[in-house]
Design a binder for this molecule. Structure first.
Ligand code: HEC
Length: 182
């Protein structure tokens, strides 16, 4: 009995190993809406004022943060985060084939509902009612090294952020927060 279980586990591990090198096209996902509003420079990007009576964020500020995101951060996220937190066209085959797909399917669905980072900044998703939230969430998960989720890191062993990548992301997010909060 023990032996059977061990053999099964080994087979599963071997299958995952092979499958992770094969990429498959994803069926076109239902179009997700990027934020519809077009932000004009000088306008307030969202309702509400900070304690000093200033707008919470101006369009020009958001645009500057987004430009830096697209240039410096999105390439990192594209490799390590967007397969869950975005709309992607390719996926490792194991994410489609049972039983390994069962392990990641929930994560991918959850992540897309939670936070979609493929349209640029501000991010689309629950924690991003104000753009600052998106930055704070990212800082938190990078500092705690809690993303990608553990089970995914096991199957995809280069998926964790390197120290250099973490630093880049933290620098960007902290600079963004400073811009918005000042
Ligand atoms: C395997 C899929 C997967 C990958 C890859 C992944 N995430 Fe996530 N992420 C999730 C899921 C699922 C959640 C929501 C549940 C949770 O908080 O654990 C989440 C939540 C988050 C949140 C919100 C946290 C909160 O407390 O609400 C942030 C920010 C985040 N991820 C950032 C990242 C970053 C940055 C990367 C790349 C370094 C990344 N994620 C890679 C699945 C993933």
């Amino acid at each position: 009995m023990k032996k059977t279980i061990l053999t099964l586990l080994l087979l599963l591990a071997a299958a995952t190993l092979v499958l992770r090198f094969i990429e498959v096209e994803m069926p076109p996902s239902p179009p997700k809406k990027p934020p519809a509003k077009k932000c004009l420079a000088g306008e307030a990007a969202q309702p509400g004022n900070d304690s000093a009576g200033e707008p919470l964020a101006t369009c020009a500020e958001l645009d500057a943060i987004n430009q830096a995101y697209l240039r410096d951060i999105k390439p990192i996220f594209a490799a390590k985060c967007l397969m869950c937190h975005g709309v992607v066209t390719k996926m490792p085959l194991y994410a489609k084939v049972p039983p390994s797909s069962w392990l990641v399917r929930y994560d991918i669905k959850e992540a897309q509902e939670h936070l979609d980072m493929s349209f640029g900044f501000p991010f689309v998703g629950k924690p991003t009612d104000v753009p600052q939230d998106g930055l704070e969430e990212v800082i938190e998960v990078v500092q705690e090294a809690s993303m990608p989720p553990f089970i995914y890191k096991i199957m995809h062993w280069h998926s964790g952020l390197t120290p250099e990548e973490s630093k880049k992301i933290l620098d960007w997010a902290n600079a963004g927060l400073k811009t918005l909060n000042d």
